[in-house]
Design a protein around this ligand. Structure first.
Ligand code: NAP
Length: 240
């Protein structure tokens, strides 16, 4: 059986991706950091739609936690493998560079960049052995263009973009595709502190996007039909 793992699947974009992949027939493994209630709500929604879901809590930024959780799952599932990995877990800790603390820098890089490395390294070999896999990294327009106040976040996301392009070259012959999705402003908990009325004026589409719109794009990249798309960064930003 082919499974899907969505890091940060408890809320926001990750929750919408869990629902999308389960609609496509994948059993979903919901990773989250701490918010068990939100993860339970994602599981409930997946099951309400006829899908199946299980939890796999770990801090993506901890190599030990990632390896323990994934090795344990692999041991318990000798006939299955995780064919679709969505590296979605991420945090923002915005500050101007000259005020940025060591923690603000390292926490953001640990979660987005190191987290994507730990999970992908643990799983890509199984995808390559089985000759089918999809790695989809949720990055950001900030990692493509930069954004003031986000040197940590932009560096982490730009790092994931580099990793995406290089791994795509390593994995292409084994029918494993590796792509990045770069959202602009999407309505989730992560953006609820932002002034949407002001910021939407800089978005050509004049609105924030929805998590479900990002999930539809991820669903396409995860599908068999997207087998010839690899090493790409696809923006979903209302033209921003
Ligand atoms: P969100 O609503 O704040 O949700 C973040 C998710 O990541 C939660 O499920 C959270 O788990 C999980 N998470 C955070 N740190 C983690 C860790 N160390 N280990 C495991 N899970 C962790 O964020 P979102 O807006 O859906 O963002 C999802 C992704 O899209 C992020 O990578 C973000 O950078 C990217 N993105 C978002 C936007 C936007 O406008 N919203 C734009 C561009 C890119 P808990 O529930 O347990 O805390």
């Amino acid at each position: 059986m082919k499974y899907s793992l969505i890091t940060g699947g408890s809320r926001g974009i990750g929750r919408a991706i869990c629902l999308k992949l389960s609609e496509m027939g994948y059993p979903v493994i919901i990773n989250y950091a701490a918010n068990k209630d939100a993860a339970m709500e994602t599981k409930r929604l997946v099951e309400e739609n006829g899908g199946t879901a299980e939890f796999m809590p770990f801090d993506v930024g901890s190599m030990e936690e990632v390896n323990n959780a994934l090795n344990d799952w692999v041991e318990k599932h000798p006939d299955d493998y995780i064919a679709v990995l969505v590296n979605n877990a991420g945090i923002r800790k915005d500050n101007l560079m000259f005020w940025m603390s060591d923690d603000e820098w390292h926490n953001v890089l640990d979660t987005s960049l190191n987290g994507a490395f730990y999970t992908t390294r643990a799983l890509v070999k199984y995808m390559m052995n089985k000759k089918f896999g999809r790695v989809i990294n949720i990055v950001s327009i900030s990692g493509v263009n930069g954004m003031a106040g986000q040197t940590n976040y932009a560096a982490a996301k730009a790092g994931v973009i580099g990793m995406t392009k290089a791994l795509a070259l390593e994995a292409a012959k084994k029918q494993v595709t590796v792509n990045a999705v770069a959202p602009g402003f999407i309505e989730t908990d992560m953006t609820k502190d932002l002034n949407q009325d002001e910021l939407k004026k800089i978005v050509p589409a004049n609105r924030f996007g929805k998590a479900e719109e990002v999930a539809d794009l991820v669903g396409f990249l995860a599908s068999e039909k997207a087998g010839y798309v690899t090493g790409q960064v696809v923006a979903i930003s209302g033209g921003l």
